[in-house]
Design a protein around this ligand. Sequence first.
Ligand SMILES: Cc1cc2nc3c(=O)[nH]c(=O)nc-3n(C[C@H](O)[C@H](O)[C@H](O)COP(=O)(O)OP(=O)(O)OC[C@H]3O[C@@H](n4cnc5c(N)ncnc54)[C@H](O)[C@@H]3O)c2cc1C
Length: 400
Amino acid sequence: MIVGASIGGLRTAESLRRFGYDGRITVIGDEPHRPYMRPPLSKAALLNGVEQTELALPIDASLDVEWVLGTRITSVDLDGQRLLDEHGDIHEYRHLVAATGVRARRIARRSAVDGVFSIRTLDDVTALTARLRPGQHIAVAGAGVLGCEVAATARSRGCEVTVAGSEALPMQRALGTGLARRLSEVHVAHGTRFAMGARISHVETEGGGRPALHFADREPLVADLVVEAVGSRFNTEWLADADAAMPHGVRTDSSMRVHRRSGGTWTNVYAVGDLASFPTLLVDGDHANVQHWNIPTETARRAAQVIAAAHAGPDQEEQAVAARFAPLPSFWTDQHEARVMSYGLPAAATSSELLESGDGPEAIYGFFRSGQLTGVCGIGMRGKLAGYRNQIADRLKAAS
Ligand SMILES: Cc1cc2nc3c(=O)[nH]c(=O)nc-3n(C[C@H](O)[C@H](O)[C@H](O)COP(=O)(O)OP(=O)(O)OC[C@H]3O[C@@H](n4cnc5c(N)ncnc54)[C@H](O)[C@@H]3O)c2cc1C
């Protein structure tokens, strides 16, 4: 049984079949849609409008999966191996995979405010694109990678854009100071305004019915539309009463099997994708939660490998659990003419340095932790970046 019908859920089902699992697979998801790609939501879909069919992830007709969509799981009894959904129906399972990801964190409102959007789901973006018009003033709350992608897309649609964020530079946490400065200069050259070092307090309607971002330390920013991109919350409410360790995401071992709060590990409960927090050498063997597009695929494959082996017998399970698992996190972002690629975990580094400098904003920065290259991030320069990526990948391979 898989809870969460997005990329993590789909990849788990596909990998189970690939590893020879011939049992029943049910995927339960609360969105009305079959799995679709989220990365285009802040890029092409926001620019050109959105159709579910264009974003849908292809699903092989022979996959043989039961999809239960538009249905939220509300609680789970891990000892009794039963899920309860919002309609009061009970779903029994042998193996459970939690793939419920995260949702957008929202800013406080003092009353109902029209014209405020978040950007996590297809429905969010359908609602936003229906209101977005050239010439409007868009206030983006949050200057992380997502907020800056929205800003670049809204500028390309001819909107006036102001981005407000708490750090000194946009995207500083994800990219480090040097690269963040270069990329923010690209945005400024395209006419985006930044209000940085800002402490956003709430969103409220101003006179004239326009939404406004309010701050603890400066005058309100009134706009035609506000887009909130201020981080995420884990979708773990359905696991709240379960014996599952959830300090920051759902904590697992390197087989994606969920740790109990009371100690030990469930042997038939797994977490994958944005929801999971798994051990990685990149943070010296500690746990990391990585919300990048490649991680649902990697963690789903790992969980499926172990489930299929457990289905086959105890010897196969032991072998599968002992197998290596050392995924290399990666993400990309397209903002105006700049393509940024990141490998490893730059945000976990304790120091960084410029490794390569190219034309205009092009550059590669290395990120170090315990004296080792733990992340690398670049604007352009893809060939050279691949060399540094391989260094991190080789280190992960050698150690596992
Ligand atoms: C706008 C946007 C742009 C992005 N761009 C990039 C990018 O450029 N590069 C990159 O690397 N990554 C990007 N990402 C991140 C990437 O999309 C995520 O890492 C990925 O979607 C995580 O997949 P997942 O299956 O773990 O979780 P999700 O995709 O979050 O799916 C979880 C699913 O579970 C459902 N669910 C939650 N609770 C329940 C419940 N109780 N019962 C049933 N179902 C439930 C949710 O509604 C959702 O459908 C982007 C994300 C967004 C939102």
